[in-house]
Write a protein that binds this ligand. Structure first.
Ligand code: AKG
Ligand code: MN
Length: 203
């Protein structure tokens, strides 16, 4: 593990190949347990459209969306508590951010072929002083980074399995999204696809 980003794009710090194959595999195993406790679901946007990404969460809060809007919920839609954030994920947070404060939510996004995530800001949290940390596993994902305001020029980078990205400081509120994944680009996930973990301090 290194603690300096290998590249910075618009202030987003990207640690390429941060996790070796064994660490990626261990994370996938831990996430399987998370998904058993809190199965993946397909939320609706506040406009009533089903999102192409499936998700679940671990931690004190889970991120949720439906026609009432975007928000954090204390429980999975089934009514069960979200499972705790795996130690393997917290270890990445500690190593990269150096913070004592741990994330309240680890959102797990699963992208099958054709899934995408439109440009958005992460702004459902109370304190934007804390960074957002994201981990990529499985197939490559084309990550687009824009500006704090909507519109304008954007830049993209293919995030690969084992890459970690941090949006903090001046980059905390940049618009970002995933245009598409590259199916078959990784052998990590037996069923293919891409997993993204997004860790955030919520309260
Ligand atoms: O999948 C990604 O890399 C980004 C996910 C994301 O931006 C989010 O869940 O808010
Ligand atoms: Mn986001």
């Amino acid at each position: 593990m290194s603690t300096a980003p290998s590249l910075t794009l618009r202030g987003v710090e990207i640690y390429q190949h941060f996790l070796d194959r064994a660490a990626q595999q261990a994370l996938v195993d831990d996430l399987r347990a998370v998904q058993r406790a809190a199965p993946l679901f397909s939320p609706e946007t506040r406009f009533g459209q089903k999102m192409s990404v499936q998700m679940t969460s671990a931690g004190k809060y889970g991120w949720f969306s439906d026609r009432r809007g975007y928000r954090y919920e204390r429980r999975h839609p089934s009514g069960v508590d979200w499972p705790p954030i795996p130690e393997s994920v917290l270890a990445i947070w500690r190593a990269v951010t150096g913070l004592d404060r741990l994330p309240d939510c680890c959102l797990v996004n699963f992208y099958r072929e054709g899934a995408r995530m439109g440009l958005h800001q992460d702004r459902d949290e109370a304190d934007f002083g804390y960074p957002v940390l994201s981990v990529s596993l499985g197939d490559d994902g084309l990550f687009r980074i824009g500006n704090e305001t909507r519109g304008g020029k954007t830049e993209s980078i293919w995030l690969q399995s084992g890459d970690v990205a941090v949006m903090g400081g001046a980059a905390r509120l940049l618009h970002h999204g995933v245009d598409r994944i590259r199916p078959g680009s990784s052998t990590l996930l037996a069923q293919g696809g891409r997993i993204n973990l997004t860790c955030r301090v919520v309260d």
